[in-house]
Design a binder for this molecule. Sequence first.
Ligand code: HEC
Length: 111
Amino acid sequence: MSRLPTILFTLVVALPALAVGDTAAQAQDPVRHGRALVKQFCARCHSVTRRGRSPHADAPPLRHMGRTFDLDEFPHTLERGISSSHPAMPEFKFDHDDARAVRAYLRTIQQ
Ligand code: HEC
């Protein structure tokens, strides 16, 4: 009888805490988190590193984005939803933290 609360505690408190711990680790390192997001969502078309051509011929390498976009404003754009007039590019929306993480990473590759 007395063990039940322990088991419940483990399930209800400890397990979700593990999951949250993971997110907290990402939040501590926005650049790493941003790089993962950009790789997952953008790399199929854009070059997302300091060198190399974009897989999609029309997609500009994201390292040049700072030339045409104000990176300070870019998280707002990502939160509102970014799309392009180009039919190949789907619309993306990021939450507050992810949008800032994407910008943090993009800053590290600008040329
Ligand atoms: C399916 C392919 C595809 C994916 C995935 C994609 N894009 Fe694009 N993106 C394009 C293409 C093609 C263009 C060129 C659009 C044009 O010329 O109007 C573009 C243009 C852009 C531009 C405008 C660049 C400029 O200097 O005018 C930005 C910013 C951009 N993409 C950001 C992103 C981000 C951030 C992601 C990931 C969240 C992403 N894109 C994912 C295909 C893609």
